[in-house]
Design a protein around this ligand. Structure first.
Ligand code: NAG
Ligand code: NAG
Ligand code: NAG
Ligand code: NAG
Ligand code: NAG
Ligand code: NAG
Ligand code: NAG
Ligand code: NAG
Ligand code: NAG
Ligand code: NAG
Ligand code: NAG
Ligand code: NAG
Ligand code: CU
Length: 578
């Protein structure tokens, strides 16, 4: 511990620089060391689009500081909450083997860290390397509380692609002119859809396509004839994003911290919670132009969406810079229509896991437990003495198998571990849709959901197949489903209703992409498989925060196995209480 303490200051300085620019792989000590971080949750005033607002941040930084480790490292992140809101931090995509105590979703694995309280996230990164993200997991606090989580390969290891010259982090986010917490609270009160964001951001900057924003533009300065590794992270709240750079193409090499078979593309599609690493090869000679880096949503939502475009600028460094380079034209790339479902599906279908001796796949070939879950929108009735602004005077809701999740007031993990589930949760989450209908056809005329805090229980190491089915109730829409504590394989996907007889014949059980967040196609279905080898309580939810707030979520309880190393670790002594 002492050794890592002395290393830390140097490390942090290098990384602070990294956010705006690049970083070389730090040649720090051997893997398997303990790294200390301190997250002070504080409010600061930030100005964008000519408006200043107070926002919750980590260490007064927006976006938040990068957390960098190597595979096998041990992390101790001390979170001190100085703001009036509750907070928790989720290490999105970290498997947290047997250690749900460090996962973060409030009221699922822990009680929130309340004002003036501290909690130390204590976890080891086992068998994972690549780009992930960390973000708050209490209400909509993650709108401003998020940052990169970068896991470098072990020192004796290398990337399965040519070593990039520089590495760059591209964090996509969503900016609200007003307080995001007030927005969701207002929406949950009135039953209406929440106000949409006012801008998208690249590394916290909206860029020149917005009023009063040209000075807040992300600039990527590159050298000719080099290969850059872009670590692209979608930390937006509610939007799948298309991402492109004019006159340049990418080689996709990793998705959700899993290497993929490299493929070329000019356009990425990235859902909230997803991360992808791409290689950007710069042109042999510095061109006489600059290039827009653009991101804009993909959406088929019937409701209002923020359809604006964030722009950054890619520019080549030249010896004779200054006035000449300022006058260079900026080339703008085309983007697909916002509702381009065919483009989205085509991109998703190209992702394949890289499979070799070092990175074998472990796709369940046989299934012990089958689940079929509908995911989509619905409504709840308006309370008697209120008028509601949701569909037809109701309140918007969302559900999994028609159950809209109700957050308990005590954390499920503690309740389970200490065998005090009574009054906290029920274990009767439906395995199949309670009332089958034509899920992607004419919607039923009754759109009400049921409500409850229900979990599904899995025996240790069960091989699980879960088919997620979008519904057309209140309109088809994509839903990026995120499973905590696990990666899963996408063995199949398609449009319309899943056909349990014929669709499995076309499953890919050889090189399916391995992810922690995957989009259920708008009006379609997604089949995933995984081994339930990580005991604990694991949240699974739509990573659109608006759908999460409306209840499009559930939790799994994975039981302990027989052996001591198949059982949950005991809770840390500083675990918050509620
Ligand atoms: C933010 O701005 C408000 C209003 O101008 C001010 O009262 C407050 O002290 C500022 N907060 C910080 C942390 O600077
Ligand atoms: C937090 O600590 C500050 C400073 O000690 C104190 O003024 C404030 O009342 C505390 N807030 C809560 C909610 O405990
Ligand atoms: C972190 O967790 C390990 C057990 O997994 C424990 O031995 C260690 O003391 C913990 N460290 C801190 C600082 O809590
Ligand atoms: C790197 O070293 C670790 C620990 O010594 C070992 O488990 C791993 O297989 C090595 N990796 C490579 C790619 O050689
Ligand atoms: C949401 O938008 C409406 C209409 O523009 C506005 O009246 C309301 O104050 C906004 N709500 C919040 C919380 O910003
Ligand atoms: C964005 O949406 C607004 C209102 O829904 C619409 O008027 C505008 O044309 C749209 N802009 C683009 C670029 O699609
Ligand atoms: C996308 O939206 C446009 C304009 O609203 C509409 O004309 C078109 O049919 C839509 N395309 C798809 C694939 O839904
Ligand atoms: C109805 O409104 C009254 C007064 O606004 C409030 O006290 C009461 O809790 C409401 N009842 C319900 C069922 O929401
Ligand atoms: C709205 O509610 C009324 C009364 O319950 C019902 O007759 C009507 O079909 C509903 N309309 C829609 C679009 O759901
Ligand atoms: C479901 O609805 C779709 C769209 O209306 C239709 O094409 C399909 O035939 C329906 N399926 C069944 C089984 O009724
Ligand atoms: C809803 O549909 C069912 C049959 O699908 C029908 O019996 C019922 O009358 C309909 N209700 C309304 C309010 O339209
Ligand atoms: C913060 O968490 C505590 C403990 O669960 C809870 O009592 C309190 O209502 C929460 N505060 C807010 C603003 O949600
Ligand atoms: Cu969703």
């Amino acid at each position: 511990m002492g050794a890592s303490n002395t290393l830390l200051p140097v490390f942090v300085v290098v990384l602070h620089f990294a956010l705006c620019c690049f970083f070389a792989l730090p040649q720090v000590a051997n893997a398997g060391i303990t790294r200390h971080y301190k997250f002070e949750i504080v409010s600061i005033n930030v100005t964008r689009l000519c408006r200043t607002k107070s926002m919750v941040t980590v260490n007064g930084q927006f976006p938040g500081p990068p957390v960098v480790a190597r595979e096998g490292d041990h992390l101790l992140v001390e979170v001190v909450n100085h703001v009036s809101s509750n907070v928790t931090i989720h290490w999105h995509g970290v498997r947290q083997l047997r250690n749900g105590w460090a996962d973060g979703p409030s009221y699922i694995t822990q009680c929130p860290i309340q004002t003036n309280s501290t909690y130390v996230y204590n976890f080891t990164i086992t068998g994972q390397r690549g780009t992930l993200l960390w973000h708050a997991h209490f209400q909509w606090i993650r709108a401003t509380v998020y940052g990169p989580l970068i896991i470098l390969p072990q020192l004796n290891d290398s990337y399965p692609f040519p070593k990039p010259w520089k590495e760059v982090t591209i964090l996509l986010g969503e900016w609200y002119n007003t307080d995001p917490e007030a927005i969701i609270n207002q929406a949950l009160q009135t039953g209406a859809a929440p106000n949409v964001s006012d801008a998208y951001t690249i590394n916290g900057l909206p860029g020149p396509l917005y009023n009063c924003s040209a000075k807040d533009t992300y600039r990527l300065k590159v050298m000719p004839e080099k290969t850059y590794l872009l670590r692209v992270i979608n930390a937006a709240l509610d939007d799948d994003l298309f991402f492109t750079i004019a006159n340049h193409s990418f080689t996709v090499v990793e998705a959700d911290a899993n290497y993929v078979k490299p493929f070329e593309t000019e356009l990425l599609l990235i859902s909230p919670g997803q991360t992808t690493n791409v290689l950007l090869k710069t042109k042999p000679i510095a061109p006489s132009a600059k290039f827009f880096i653009l991101a804009r949503p993909y959406s088929t939502s019937l409701g209002p969406i923020d359809n604006t475009t964030v722009a950054g600028i890619l520019e080549y460094k030249t010896c004779s810079h200054s006035s000449k380079s300022k006058r260079l034209p900026v080339i703008r790339p085309p983007l697909p229509p916002i509702n381009a479902t065919n483009v989205a599906a085509n991109y998703s279908s190209r992702l394949r896991r890289l499979v070799n001796a070092q990175f074998p796949v472990n796709v369940p070939q046989k299934v012990d437990k089958n689940f079929y879950f509908t995911v989509g929108l619905g409504t709840t009735p308006c309370p008697q003495n209120q008028t509601c602004q949701g569909p037809n005077g109701t309140k918007f809701a969302a559900s999994v198998n028609n159950n809209s999740f109700v957050f308990p007031s005590k954390a499920i993990l503690q309740s389970y571990y200490f065998k005090k589930s009574n009054g906290v949760y029920a274990t009767n989450f439906p395995t199949f849709p309670p009332k089958p209908f034509n899920y992607t056809g004419t919607p039923p005329n009754v759109t009400f959901v049921t409500q409850g805090t229900k979990v599904a229980v899995l025996p240790f190491n069960a091989s699980v197949e879960l088919v997620l089915q979008d519904t057309s109730i209140l309109g088809i829409e994509s839903h990026p489903l995120h499973l905590h504590g696990y990666n899963f394989y996408i063995v199949g996907q398609g449009f319309g209703n899943f056909d349990p007889k014929n669709d499995p014949k076309n499953y890919n059980l050889v090189d399916p992409v391995e992810l922690n967040t995957a989009g259920v196609a708008s009006g379609g279905w997604l089949a995933i498989r995984f081994f339930a080898d990580n005991p604990g309580v694991w949240f699974m939810h739509c990573h659109f925060d608006v759908h999460l707030s409306w209840g499009l979520t559930m939790a799994w309880i994975v039981l302990d196995g027989k052996l001591p190393n198949q059982q949950m670790l005991p809770p840390p002594s500083d675990l918050p209480k509620c």
